[in-house]
Design a protein around this ligand. Sequence first.
Ligand code: 13P
Length: 255
Amino acid sequence: MARRTPCVGGNWKMNTRSADAAALARAVVADASSDVEVVVFPPAVYLQEVHEVVSGSSVALGGQDVSEQADGAWTGQVSAGMLADVGCTHVLVGHSERRHGLGEPDSLLNAKVRTALEAGLSVMLCIGETLAEREGGTTSDVVLKQVREGLAGVPIESLAALTIAYEPVWAIGTGLTASPKDAQEVHALVRETVGSLYDVPSADALRILYGGSVKPSNAAELFSQEDIDGGLIGGASLDAEQFKAIVDAAGRSCV
Ligand code: 13P
């Protein structure tokens, strides 16, 4: 089986002001680990500023969202080309706060995935079920549909630039976390599905991150699961010490 480099993303969401963003980025750079790929996702208005801090370090920069459109008359949108221009190498697509909070459908997310990949960005595609879907026993159907529709038309050569983040909606910002066993089950299923959509070596090489109330206290156990290759961190990524502890846990625990 392919050895996958662990990855930890810090999704700052709609938090920080310019001074805090730069200070947080400086702390993340100071704590960077050579064993773990670290990506920060600051608010769009601070990308350029954070880029100045992370530039030349091993910490990568990503946008929290991207337009499915190229440049043009799309008020309020940010294009993939603009993200690349301010130093982004990564972008989140389909975070639950956009998928469920803002009603972005799989077809739109698929267009965003393809546009971003074509622009040379690495994409973290977020998937996850709601509490009602989990309680209704449809978790597998829901996440596999999100994977299939999110990746429709994505060529196999682009998979190296793709990461999937499994973030159960009910675990985001709630303090509730999927048990390591439940998360592992979904991750294994996602990997198997990517294997059947593409091929097994590509699926083996794909990083699948877990997100949803990851903290220093639960990170190691989650990351020690066979198919969990790191995490996408919200609240705890705003605290440099907690984020460092989670990155360290990924370096030690991802198998
Ligand atoms: P929390 O870590 O705050 O639960 O957020 C997870 C998340 O949404 C990361 O994208």
